[in-house]
Design a protein around this ligand. Structure first.
Ligand code: ADP
Ligand code: ASP
Ligand code: MG
Length: 606
């Protein structure tokens, strides 16, 4: 038997005509022999309008009441959709999140799903209904209505597909999930910002996860987390046509040859720095504990090596969380005698691609593109398949366009325009794969705590060395000049952390240990032609720990647990980098083993 979950976004149900068109799609899927669950968002701009209504009453609406208000948008859509389907002669029933039994935690406005009951949906499906579920909402254990965060209906849809697929008390189902929206698929970047962006035919879960959390608003990043964890085949497609969209699939061979598959922009970020904190174990832990205690997701973290017993910790948060973050940190800054500074006018540009793991020179090319547009980089962080750069908000779109064109993302390639057999093959593999997912016991356990963080592995590398340049002037092209010099020696740079403090830039990066001295010589030479006062240091005695998993960045507690476990063992963190699939931490080499043990313990890994 097969089940299709269809999700219709706001613009796909914006008026009566579109609701009817969506209803027809659902009926067609039913007539093709599937059971059908439809998840709908609030119509058009309803959610924005509801937020504006609240702001007419108060600038600081209580989160619980906000959820009560926002959930009404989806409730309008489900009833209209049920009426539409019934008017076309099919059976349909609408259900709110609470009626389905979507239980979440109590973090209002950004709740996480704890469990979903399948009983009521299953009964309705067996009775021949098309089941229509309100996206974006749930209920906590005290029966309060909650919402999952903006764009959360995607997450509802994929989570429903996941529980139905793995329901131990239900029949074996082949499950697929279609995300119908106002674009015909995932593009190399937002086609509204870069009109020559190209449609992608297939993209891996990890790439989509990084792209979504880097700002590709076409999908809610947590929905991809579910899809990957529970093996749900996903297609993003147009609600206005029947054309095939973009398949989000497990990684396949051809993807590893594509260094950059897409670029994305988060327009509204805020940069916060604590300058001059004591360079001691436990300080980062205290900083990020204070922030995550307020359920604020820290985005980029640029913690690099200190000098003269002092260190600078820089990070970003969504700009709407700036005030709360500053409030959380003020007492700590005072206690540590550190300067708390912020910049509310910054944006983050990122590039993502599986092939970055094996192709060299990607960061250098990105920095060159920005330098040639005279765009200054305020922070850099790298991940295994992602590089992010923080720029002035005024430069954001220019930066995105420059990067998109530097990697020729508008040109056809494998999996995007130049379709090849391999692409079709990976789609077919995903459909078939939909029956064969992993160990059932393990999956059932995961379903019992659906959105818990999933850390799968801790690895350690001891074959690298670290270089830091202190006090680089904050000018476009400076960091690029350093990386260009290092690359000219044929040296591959792995992790990069750049942080702006007191108007100067600290730049740290790791290279293979045997290349440390030549890399240092090249970096010093390049820095001398920028400013003779730039200080450089190198350290061959480092260990890099990689904490691998899914949704690492969006779970507020992960960085806190990493910092906490290392702090309690008295281990100082020299560098840190975060992405959705990996958090990497550099420590002194002689503490590597202990750090690995501590991290395995805190994440319960054998
Ligand atoms: P829905 O209401 O259907 O959930 P969204 O507005 O959330 O729709 O998502 C669709 C929009 O996402 C598109 O109109 C597009 O402007 C934007 N978008 C951002 N990045 C991308 C991308 N990489 N590919 C496609 N669309 C993107
Ligand atoms: N209606 C909600 C929002 O606008 C959820 C969604 O559309 O996915 O964010
Ligand atoms: Mg959306």
């Amino acid at each position: 038997m097969s089940l299709v979950v269809q999700k219709f976004g706001g613009s796909s149900v914006a008026n009566a005509q579109r609701v009817m068109a969506a209803a027809r799609k659902a009926i067609r899927a039913k007539h093709a022999g599937n059971q059908v669950i439809v998840v709908v968002s609030a119509r058009g701009d309803t959610t924005d309008e509801l937020i504006a209504l609240a702001k007419e009453i108060t600038e600081t609406p209580p989160a619980r009441e906000m959820d009560m208000l926002l959930s009404t948008g989806e409730q309008i859509s489900i009833s209209l959709m049920a009426m539409a389907i019934q008017s076309l002669g099919e059976r349909a029933i609408s259900l709110t999140g609470a009626q389905v039994g979507i239980v979440t935690d109590s973090t209002h406005t950004k709740a996480r799903i704890k469990s979903i009951s399948t009983a009521r949906m299953r009964k309705a499906l067996e009775d021949g209904h098309i089941v229509i579920v309100a996206g974006f909402q749930g209920i906590d254990e005290d029966d309060n209505i909650t919402t999952l965060g903006r764009g959360g209906s995607d997450t509802t849809a994929v989570a429903l597909a996941a529980v139905m697929k793995h329901d131990p008390s239900g029949p074996k189902l082949e499950v697929a999930c279609d995300i119908f929206t106002d674009v015909d698929g995932v593009y190399t970047t937002d086609p509204r910002v870069v009109p020559d962006a190209r449609k992608i035919e297939a993209i891996s879960y990890d790439e989509m996860l990084e792209l979504a959390s880097a700002g590709a608003g076409v999908m809610h990043s947590r929905s991809i987390e579910f899809a990957r964890k529970f093996d749900v085949p996903l297609q993003v497609r147009s609600s206005f046509s029947d054309s095939e969209g973009t398949w989000i699939v497990p990684e396949t061979e051809w993807m590893t040859k594509i260094p950059v598959c897409g670029a994305a922009l988060v327009r509204d970020e805020a940069r916060i720095a604590l300058e001059g904190v004591p360079d001691q174990p436990g300080i980062s832990h205290r900083i990020f504990e204070a922030v995550s205690a307020r359920n604020i997701v820290v985005d980029m973290i640029a913690q690099s090596v200190g000098s003269n017993g002092k260190a600078n910790v820089g990070f970003t948060v969504p700009s709407h969380d700036l005030t709360a973050t500053l409030e959380a940190l003020q007492p700590l800054a005072q206690e540590l005698d550190a300067r708390l500074v912020h910049d509310a006018q910054v944006s983050k540009v990122s590039i993502v691609g599986t092939g970055m793991k094996t192709n060299t020179g990607i960061a250098e090319k990105m920095f060159a593109a920005l330098a040639s547009e005279k765009i200054s980089m305020k922070m850099i962080t790298t991940g295994e398949i992602k590089i992010s750069v923080l720029v002035d908000k005024a430069d954001a779109e220019k930066a995105l366009r420059a990067v998109h064109s530097a990697f020729s993302l508008e040109k056809p390639r494998y999996g995007a325009g130049a379709s090849v057999e391999d692409v079709n093959h990976s789609k077919i593999a995903t459909r078939h794969n939909s029956q064969s997912s992993g160990d059932l016991v393990e999956i059932t356990q995961q379903l019992a705590s659906m959105e818990e963080i999933l850390v799968s592995e801790i690895q350690q590398a001891v074959d690298q060395g670290r270089i830091t340049l202190f006090g680089l002037p904050d000018k476009p092209g400076n960091s690029f000049a350093i990386f260009q010099a290092v690359a000219s020696g044929g040296i591959v740079v792995d992790m990069i952390v750049q942080n702006l403090c007191g108007g100067k830039v600290d730049l740290s990066f790791s290279v293979p240990r045997e290349k440390l001295q030549p890399a240092l010589a090249l970096a010093i030479e390049a820095s001398r032609s920028i400013d003779v006062d730039i200080q450089a240091s190198a350290d061959s005695e480092i260990a890099t720990l990689y904490v691998l998993g899914v949704g690492m960045r969006t779970h507020t507690g992960v960085a806190r647990r990493i910092f906490g476990s290392l702090a309690s063992a008295g281990i100082n963190i020299l560098m840190i980098n975060t992405s959705e699939t990996c958090i990497s931490v550099v420590v002194q080499k002689n503490q590597g083993k202990l750090a690995e043990e501590k991290l395995k313990k805190v994440f319960d890994i054998d």
